[in-house]
Design a protein around this ligand. Structure first.
Ligand code: ADP
Ligand code: MG
Length: 582
């Protein structure tokens, strides 16, 4: 391979300035040759006859005068069978294999194939010799875990071609040729099961973007009932340190009704990431009974890895998601936390000496955030099927102050906002999603689907939100005037809103039954709660009112902890009905 060559001129942290011979392009990959190591970097700005490069690894030992090799290629990921179950770093190096090869301390300059070259796959051809194909045409398929992994003509294939040879059904590795095609100029290409796509360019080889209209059921009541996310939609979970973002993301990753989960553990402390890695492979998939890893990909960068790899990780995650979407699958990307990603942008911008915007973030922060979330979506594929990528990103603003650029920039583009607060997590009201400030734009968009669940659903939710709001107003007044100064009707309103909070908004992530509610169960339980809230209650004094709601709360809690439709469940239901009829 021949490279455009250059030399290191200066360095500052992970930023290196280098010369080049002929020309280089923005975002191309380059290698700095230092000693016997080739260290990967990305060109992030070209100015005159020099360019700035962000080195993806430790820059120790790199000297002025070291040779730079420019590849001319953008930063890409490998796509093909074998992505599922993998744990990658931000540059798609398989971490366990990398650790095996280089020991506990990952060595610099060692890059491994993202997809194992030795694994055999059971290939079934679909396309036939003589057929006309183009980028994205289906060639065949292999089984991958519980899915059928489709093998396409590479999405970056240019022009039309004709299949001149097709492999027989059988066992092939990803690098073996499974088809040969000839383009209109008579040039032939051997195609295999692995292809590349640049991570910063959206993979848009679908027919049409559709408006997401179906809910992505997470099993978490406050989300699905009050602030739902659509399949193909976006949502943001901002919350201060320790408010429960990671626990919430884990619970969503486990139960969300999607096919594939991609976790981008971005720049969190190493300890937390190790915890994710240790736990995840043991989680049981509630839908298949196998391990959750079978349909999961983890992209992981800790805050101790270089910032450029962290910046890349979020794009790597979404590109892999777009690839599986092309197979008609529903993918959920969980990015935890996007604040660490934004910090990486800030560090890089600082080293480039760009004019800083708010809180020293670059002026283009907002557009980068928007570009990322815009890659989510529901699409119709060329064969008429649909596929989706949904994104849920956490934001960890310092001190829990949502008035900062990353939270605000994210709120401007996402469809739902699930704000976690210390007030709720300190009171151990988990998940600590604030019912007063959170919002979702999806109920209106999903109206038709929700009306099918229950024609009154949307109105019921609005009424319940009103109860929560009014109850919290009473509580604030009560803090000043005390219980004696509060009227009986206000007091009951307060008790009703606390009841709704305790038995519906709060949910125990660590209880096997309570952790996940089907939509059917949510609708059923929520209707019953509404009947309680609508019921006129005339107690003789406030103590009696308090006792009544205390009993109701524990009754409903037990109901929540019992298996749907079991004898136990029906027993509690009977008690509830007796109360409603009294
Ligand atoms: P963050 O990622 O926001 O810093 P974590 O998700 O790590 O916070 O949560 C911090 C702690 O709060 C957890 O270790 C756990 O004890 C508690 N917690 C969080 N969410 C829940 C929940 N849904 N149910 C019970 N406890 C929770
Ligand atoms: Mg966390």
């Amino acid at each position: 391979m021949s490279f455009v060559k250059g030399r290191v001129v200066a360095g500052y942290g992970n930023m290196i300035t280098a010369s080049f011979e002929t020309n280089v392009r923005q975002n191309e990959v380059a290698y700095v040759v230092t000693g016997d190591q080739r260290v990967k970097a990305e060109v992030i700005r070209v100015r005159g006859d020099q360019c700035y490069m962000q080195v993806f690894e430790d820059t120790r030992g790199i000297k002025v005068g070291d040779v730079v090799e420019y590849t001319g290629d953008l930063l890409v990921v490998e796509l093909g069978p074998g992505l599922l179950k993998q744990i990658y770093d931000g540059l798609q190096n398989p971490l366990p294999q990398l650790a095996e090869k280089t020991g506990l301390f990952l060595k610099r300059g060692v890059y491994l194939d993202a997809l194992d070259r030795a694994t055999p796959w059971d290939f079934t051809p679909i396309a036939k010799v003589g057929e006309a194909v183009e980028a994205g045409s289906l060639l065949g398929s292999v089984p991958e875990g519980i899915f059928t992994h489709q093998i396409f003509v590479p999405f970056n294939f240019i022009g039309q071609a004709k299949i001149t040879w097709m492999a027989n059904p059988g066992s092939y590795t990803v690098a073996q040729t499974i088809a040969t095609v000839e383009n209109s100029q008579g040039k032939t290409f051997d195609l295999n099961m692995v292809q590349e796509w640049p991570i910063k360019i959206p993979l848009k080889k679908y027919d049409e973007r559709l408006l997401p209209v179906d809910p992505l059921v997470t099993g978490c009541r406050i989300i699905d009932t009050f602030y739902p996310v659509a399949k193909g939609g976006t949502s943001c979970i901002p919350g201060p340190f320790g408010s429960g973002k990671t626990v919430l993301q884990q619970i969503i990753s486990r139960y969300a009704d999607v096919d594939i989960i991609i976790v981008a553990a971005c720049g969190e402390r190493a300890g937390e990431v190790v915890e994710t890695l240790r736990e995840f492979p043991h989680l049981v998939d509630p839908y298949t009974g196998k391990t959750l890893m079978e349909r999961t990909i983890i992209i992981c960068n800790t805050s101790s890895m270089p910032v450029a790899a962290r910046e890349a990780s979020i794009y790597t995650a979404i590109t892999l998601g777009e690839y599986y979407r092309m197979m008609g699958l529903h993918v959920l990307i969980l990015a935890d936390s996007t604040s660490r990603w934004a910090q990486a942008l800030r560090e890089m911008s600082g080293r480039l000496e760009e004019i800083p915007g708010e809180e020293a973030f670059p002026a283009y922060l907002q557009s980068r955030i928007a570009e990322f979330y815009e890659r989510a979506g529901l699409v119709r594929l060329k064969d008429g099927r649909t596929g989706s990528v949904s994104v849920i990103g956490t934001v960890s603003p310092a001190g829990g102050n949502f008035e900062e650029p990353v939270t605000q920039g994210t709120l401007a583009v996402v469809g739902a906002f699930l704000g976690l607060t210390w007030a709720r997590s300190n009171a151990r009201r988990f998940p600590a999603i604030d019912p007063l400030t959170s919002w979702s734009k999806y109920p209106d968009q999903m109206r038709e689907t929700l009306d099918k669940i229950d024609p009154e659903w949307i109105q019921m939710i609005k009424d319940a939100q009103k109860t929560i709001f009014n109850g919290s107003e009473v509580r604030k007044r009560m803090d000043v005037v005390g219980e004696e100064g509060t009227s009986m009707s206000d007091f009951i309103l307060f008790l009703k809103s606390e009841f709704l909070d305790a038995v519906y908004l709060q949910q125990n992530a660590f209880d096997a039954v309570d952790a996940y509610n089907t939509m059917e169960r949510q609708v059923y339980v929520f209707r019953t709660i509404r009947s309680i809230i609508r019921k006129e209650i005339v107690p003789k004094d406030k103590d009696e009112a308090r006792n009544l709601f205390f009993r109701l709360t524990s009754l409903f809690r037990n109901w929540n902890y019992s298996v749907w439709d079991s004898e136990e469940f029906k027993g509690y239901e009977q008690q509830i009905n007796q109360f409603l009829e009294s």
